[in-house]
Design a binder for this molecule. Sequence first.
Ligand code: CTP
Ligand code: MG
Length: 260
Amino acid sequence: MPERDTAPATPQLGTTGVIVVAAGSGVRLGSQLPKALVQVAGRPLVGWAVARSAACPGVCDVVVVAPPTHLDETRSAYADVSVPGVTVHLVAGGSARCDSVAAGLAALPERVQVVLVHDAARGLTPTEQFVAVDSAVRSGHPAVVPGLPVVDTVKQVDVDGVVVATPDRASLRAIQTPQGFRRDVLVRAHARASSSARSVTDDAALVERLGLRVLVVPGHPLAHKITTVQDLHLVEAMVTASAHDTAVPSGAEEAHTHVG
Ligand code: CTP
Ligand code: MG
């Protein structure tokens, strides 16, 4: 049973920084370009991710973590995003997602005390989801993740495919990003991650290993992760089906309209 985090709420946390991890190659998508540079609904995925995260009030820094081979192309992919008061930084990622997050974390300015870690692969995530996660961290939760109820029955199986358990579906959530953390907590979690934990694709799991509580807040269907071509078609269909989201992207203005 993890210990409860007894750290008191910190009302005076500094600014919020977003790490957009975009350094993966997208093997399962099968595109020639890195996945974050693939066009979805008229704009590269990483462009969507930067626009929608930069529109979250309180965000002053966005660090884009790009494939070392595609730094210039990545910069061009979000060049149309300009939000007053927000600086977008670019750094090269590592070979595992965890290394890319660590590179982004190291590039965040000192003033950042709340960190939102976001997958470029979930580029269409609405700005409201960033606001909800940021607010929950600022209200005193050291780690916050968005999640949706699981609609399928989930079974745990052994190596032979034989069912060993059927967890109660009502208690399950499919976790998305951005995942929000107090900066000191995320730094500690990454510092403690042993070499065997470098393959972890979920930062909250590293925080759980510290014995801290992780809060789940409601997620959003548009935060669906694009892994395969089918996901790409699904997300494009969702955007098209929603008049709210079909506005032609125009960087900050477009994204700000979602904040309300
Ligand atoms: N990511 C990263 N650095 C890595 C690996 C992944 O920044 N070394 C990022 C991806 O760019 C993506 C997010 O982590 O935004 C989630 O990873 P995933 O969906 O697995 O993307 P890819 O690793 O690119 O895809 P694949 O596993 O199919 O190659
Ligand atoms: Mg991957």
